[in-house]
Ligand binder design. Structure first.
Ligand code: KG4
Ligand code: ZN
Length: 338
């Protein structure tokens, strides 16, 4: 008999529900919250309220699109953290209520494990997954980590940012250029038309496998401030080049550490995950470097890079097989340890 998992993801500003049958994806619905755009960042209280409005319709659509009935669902998996507490509360309360009503097991999932294991979601277009042990560069709006993955539940962080996350560097620099929120996708798009060598920004490379992005952000800000004194239209006139140079700097920092980690651990199974894994320059850099260094590279489909419930459901599936269930007394945690 097949195992069907309903996954719920509500850690930040996207409400998502997905259905997985064994490792195969049947549906993955994401309701993006537009309400934050005018504020230039996620407003936590508004996010919780939007999750409350969205969650039932999104789950309903995910079930219908998967062409199953509620009774077919074997277990419900939800994001316990890390994330915004109010947002996590909506998803976890819904999951508990659903599990109770259907009398099925409840499974807690760490959001970051979800990003890393998103490579194991099978779709008609995608069936290849990394072999253990593999190295994963996890890059999102809140996290930048190099993770050594030995099994679906044995993972250790071997390098991390000592200040800002890579996604934050994209978002904050985009914000000062007036490009809106989230900035990463806009920078990516504009960078295509720009010259990556037009400007040079600080490239801090702290010791070992750790990352740092706050110095880059500061050097970007100071550079713009100086230029704007003499030419008020500087950003408008140089948008493409600024984006290309900024993106190139971020990608170079990420790749430098990834290459070092691969050498240090002697691992050539290399994956990327998280929202910034959608970045076109990072995706090509991984492929190019991988070819040169003989890596097997794993790049997630765009749908599974940013927050989605399919990645929560796949972890739920692995936990279900081991009967690793959660109690109903479990509470979400904004800073859930890795
Ligand atoms: O994983 P995610 O959806 O949410 C978190 O868990 O943080 O990642 C969101 C981040 C944002 O910082 C966004 O700007 C960035 O991913 N992002 C990108 C691209 N698409 C999303 N950054 C660079 N290039 C992109 N194409
Ligand atoms: Zn995420």
């Amino acid at each position: 008999m097949s195992t069907i998992i309903l996954g719920i993801e509500s850690s930040c500003d996207d409400t998502s529900a997905a259905i997985i049958r064994d490792e195969w994806l049947l549906s993955n619905l994401i309701s993006t919250q537009k309400v934050h755009e005018e504020y230039g960042g996620v407003v936590p209280e508004l996010a919780s309220r939007a999750h409350q409005v969205n969650i039932i319709p999104v789950v309903d659509r995910a079930i219908k699109q998967a062409n199953i009935t509620i009774e077919d669902i074997s277990a419900v998996a939800f994001t316990r953290g890390p994330g915004l507490l109010g947002s996590l509360l909506v998803g976890s309360s819904f999951a508990k209520g659903f599990a109770l009503a259907q009398d099925i097991p409840l499974i807690e999932v760490n959001h970051l494990h979800g990003h890393i294991l998103s490579h194991f979601i099978k779709t008609s277009a995608h069936g290849k997954h990394p072999n253990y042990p593999f190295l994963c560069l996890l890059v999102s709006g809140g996290h930048t980590q190099l993770v050594l993955v030995e099994s679906y539940k044995k993972m250790s962080i071997v390098g991390k940012t000592i200040d800002d996350a890579a996604g934050e560097a994209f978002d904050k620099c985009a914000k000062v250029m007036g490009l809106g929120y989230p900035g990463g996708p806009v920078v990516d798009k504009l960078a295509v038309k720009g010259n990556k060598d037009a400007f040079e920004f600080a490239k801090p490379l702290p010791h070992g496998l750790d990352f740092s992005f706050s110095g880059l952000k500061t050097s970007f800000l100071y550079f713009l401030r100086d230029q704007l004194k003499d030419s008020p239209n500087f950003v408008e006139e140089n948008k493409e080049d600024l984006c290309a140079s900024l993106q190139h700097t971020i990608v170079t920092i990420l790749m430098d550490k990834l290459v070092n980690a691969s050498r240090k651990y002697g691992i050539k199974e290399i994956a990327i995950a998280g929202g910034v894994a959608a970045n076109s320059a990072l995706r090509s850099a991984i492929l190019e470097t991988g070819k040169k260094l003989g890596w097997n590279t794993y790049i997630p489909e765009l749908e599974f890079t940013t927050d989605n419930a399919a990645m929560i459901a796949i972890v739920g599936y692995f936990k279900y097989l081991e009967k690793d269930f959660a109690g109903h007394d479990l509470i979400p945690q904004a800073r859930l340890p890795f």
